[in-house]
Ligand binder design. Structure first.
Ligand code: SAH
Length: 317
């Protein structure tokens, strides 16, 4: 599938046959299992100014926090006891969180018997190498948009080249590599989305998070339109066809727009879901985009999620 073909498919009047094909390819390649990951949003301090993101350092309304290593480990322990086997550690790009501290945390979580995914923004080769050696398994760094000009407009603090170079470092250090992008960024076209999809394949991603853009009121993109859930699901389905064996999460942002969409996303190629286990006061402060959040109940949330997955005829891992 090349760019033209992807653009044509994204714009189809009736996409149902592609959804069916994506669902079939998903079943054949990764089965009916849905992987449930626990995500701990351990710091919302950020040195960058990504124009869509509520954590950007220019947002003076954000209440900033950084969890202590003890709090992070306590939360991870609760998640492991609730049945999670992957802990995703996500944060803003927080230079105050030193690699040694992070390395200790990774090592201790690994000893609990869980895999560790990091999602802490662009780190240097040396930092990535250090954390890999301490046991980190996977790294998530979305490329956000494959259009270099749009990327430059949205990111005053970096270039698409730097982002891709960082992804290549992650790949070369043998992390299981995840990228992804947003749907509905102002200035994006179907051509851009086709390029986003092709970049996932070029990077040989093992994971890809594709989610709708949701405007945050305290950012320069406040008042822009949010991304289309339908177009998001189409992009997930095409990602499944391009990367048959990849882990494709139903992104949290999709569930934020419409609970029903979340179920549909599982029927169009996705096989992963992430659940926030971040302690309450922090969870609210980690506001990348506005969302209504329930109180965290690590065990209860897990049980309910497993039940929902079974109701969809799928098997929680
Ligand atoms: N600092 C880390 C983690 C970023 S937050 C990093 O740079 O990788 C995780 C993801 O949230 C981002 O990669 C981005 O794709 C998404 N995101 C940020 N702002 C958003 C918004 N307003 N709407 C939807 N998704 C958003």
């Amino acid at each position: 599938m090349e760019k033209k073909e992807l653009v044509r498919l994204l714009a189809l009047e009736n996409f149902d046959p592609i959804y069916e094909e994506a669902d079939r390819v998903r079943r054949e390649n990764v089965g009916d299992t849905v992987h449930i990951r626990a995500i701990i949003e351990f710091s919302n301090l950020c040195r960058r100014k990504c124009r869509y993101c509520g954590l950007n350092s220019a947002n003076k309304n954000a209440v900033r926090y950084r969890m202590s290593p003890e709090e992070i480990l306590d939360t991870a322990g609760q998640a492991v006891r609730a049945g999670y086997r992957t802990i995703v550690l996500q944060s803003g790009e927080d230079p105050g969180f030193h690699k040694e501290t992070m390395g200790d945390i990774v090592e201790k979580i690994k000893r609990m018997g869980a895999a560790v995914t990091l999602s802490c923004g662009e780190l240097s080769y040396e930092e990535l190498d250090f954390l890999k050696k301490r046991g980190a398994d996977r790294y998530l760094l979305k490329h956000e948009t494959a259009d270099p000009e749009l990327y430059a407009k949205l990111h005053p603090c970096g270039t698409l080249r730097q982002r891709i170079d960082c992804l290549k470092n992650i790949q070369s250090l043998k992390y299981e590599t995840g990228s992804g992008f947003m749907i509905g960024l102002p200035g994006q076209s179907l051509r851009t989305i086709a390029e986003d999809l092709l970049l996932l394949r070029e990077l040989d991603c093992k994971m890809a998070g594709i989610g709708p853009f949701i405007p945050h009121p305290d950012t320069p993109l406040a008042g822009e339109e949010e991304g289309s859930p339908e177009l998001t699901k189409r992009a997930v389905a095409l990602a499944r066809l391009l990367l048959p064996k990849a882990n494709l999460p139903v992104t949290t942002a999709l569930g934020v727009i419409d609970q029903k969409e979340k179920e549909n996303a599982f029927a169009c190629g996705a096989n992963v879901i992430m659940k926030k286990v971040t302690p309450d006061p922090y969870k609210e402060a980690y506001e990348i985009y506005p969302a209504k959040l329930e109180k965290t109940d690590i065990i209860g949330d897990r049980i309910r999620l497993e039940e929902q997955i079974r109701q969809l005829g799928r098997v929680p891992a």
